[in-house]
Design a protein around this ligand. Structure first.
Ligand code: S3P
Length: 451
């Protein structure tokens, strides 16, 4: 794994492309890959994961689980064998765990490690060191863990219990924001609690942890927006095939809508968990023609193939209820909105300001550089789309080291009048290794250049 602290910088040079065609198989789901490693690590016995996402974020989790004493073999880049050590088998790492750029990794591991009898320290790259951690630390403290942050941000320190044991209290917790990372951190700590822990979210958010815990034999109950976990005696090992990441497919969904040929663009094997697919609902309201083919399940997750057809889009007011179900897709949705007829309004999306970058500010700066008329609000954006001709002029934009900003502007090249230079794109490897090759294989004209 490259050290995320010193990731080389690179730019994308993207020439306008005439269109996209063929088929694009996106790599495995990031959220599921992180969770698979953590749960397999504390299961009793050997788990096998295929379709693992070999991205920098997930490799940071893999390295952390190894540092905590779990044996993990990778016969191929995307096949992983984890020799679980059992719920009480982790041992303290000899060094701070470097989670790189990965918010999911640091938040979920904080939950898991808060329950252990040993001390841990979690750090990350410059972006991760700015991200809010009190939202996770607070409920874990309520459970009796000793979790410390620095001004609410990493490093996160989990202080060992003085008597060398740790028993957490079960809590009934209302999440202040609909965050799957916070919910999951609490549910992982809840595996070690003295009773049933209940977490209630103000709105639906991704539920991969709950599904995977159930697959491992844990008693999980859901009632409305509440999830309860009963502490188990053990976790069963798993044999898991990770579906393609809907959030990675999102870039190609928008590419297909903006520029697919008559056969459409095929996206095989995409994870279709309804807590992830809010973008499909939003785009369909804008006029998108997307076919869902061969719906099936892979383990505990729904999967399908998608065929996306070029579609004239119209601006809409995005229903705020769909925001948490499309939380990672807003950068590329903003790009699609810039190509739609009329105004698109996004509100209730203040969480975008605390992602890998402030995604409202990063997209706004990019839009300003490329001549897209828009207005920023505290919790979203109004975008005046241009449906005829080029929606973007050529120019240089700064991705601010945020993978999803970089890939969104690469897709915008389908409606650009000139080349785009996208700065600081090395972090595309945190979620989407092979993005450039896959994008070029369907007709986009992206090159990665050293900065
Ligand atoms: C994730 C949850 C979301 C999402 C992130 C992955 C997860 O974050 O943005 O990319 O795997 O649980 P929040 O929980 O902060 O909304």
């Amino acid at each position: 794994m490259t050290n995320p602290q010193v990731a080389a910088t690179a730019d994308f040079l993207v020439e306008p492309a005439a269109g996209v065609a063929g088929s694009a198989s996106v790599p495995g789901d990031k959220s599921i890959s992180h969770r698979a490693l953590m749960l397999a690590g504390i299961a009793d016995g050997a788990s096998e994961v295929t379709g693992f996402l070999a991205s920098e974020d997930c490799l940071a989790t893999l390295a952390a689980m190894r540092a905590l004493g779990v044996r993990i073999d990778r016969p191929t880049a995307t096949d992983v064998r984890v020799q679980g050590v059992g719920l009480r088998g982790l041992r303290g790492a000899s060094h701070a765990l470097d989670m790189g750029n990965a918010g999911t990794a640091i938040r979920l591991l904080t939950g898991l490690l808060a329950a252990q009898p040993f001390a841990s320290t979690l750090v990350g790259d410059a972006s991760l060191m700015r991200r809010p951690m009190e939202r996770v630390a607070r409920p874990l403290r309520e459970m009796g863990a000793d979790v410390r942050t620095r001004d609410g941000r990493p490093p996160v320190e989990i202080v060992a219990a003085v008597d060398g044991t740790r028993r957490l209290r079960a809590i009934d917790y209302e999440l202040p924001v609909p965050s799957a990372q916070v919910k999951s951190a609490i549910l992982l700590a809840a595996l070690y609690a003295d009773g049933v822990t209940r977490v209630t979210s103000p709105a639906p958010c991704r539920d991969h942890t709950e599904r995977m815990l159930e697959a491992c034999g844990v008693r999980v109950e859901t009632a409305g927006l509440s999830t309860s976990v009963h502490p188990p005696p053990r976790l069963a090992p798993q044999r898991l095939t990770v579906p393609g990441d809907f959030s990675s497919a999102a870039f190609f969904i928008v590419a297909g809508l903006l520029g697919a040929g008559p056969e459409g663009l095929l996206l095989p094997n995409v994870g279709m968990n309804p807590t992830r697919t809010g973008l499909l609902d939003i785009l369909r309201r804008m006029g998108a023609h997307i076919e869902i083919l061969n719906p099936r399940t892979s383990g505990s997750e729904p999967v399908a193939d998608l065929r996306v057809f070029a579609s004239p889009l119209s601006g809409i007011d995005v229903p705020p209820a769909l925001v948490p179900l499309a939380i990672d897709e807003f950068p590329v949705l903003f790009a699609a909105a810039a190509c739609a007829r009329g105004r698109t309004t996004v509100s209730g999306a203040e969480e975008l300001r605390v992602k890998e970058s402030d995604r409202i500010a990063a997209m706004s700066a990019g839009f300003a550089a490329l001549g897209v008329e828009h207005e920023v609000t505290a919790d979203g954006m109004r975008i005046e789309g241009r449906a005829e001709g080029a929606a973007f002029r050529g120019g240089t934009i700064d991705s601010r080291g945020d993978h999803r900003i970089a890939m969104s502007f690469a897709i915008a090249s389908l409606r650009a009048s000139g080349p785009l230079r996208i700065r600081d794109v090395a972090n595309v490897a945190t979620s989407f290794p092979g993005f450039v090759e896959l994008a070029c294989s369907v007709g986009l004209r992206v090159r990665e250049l050293p900065a």
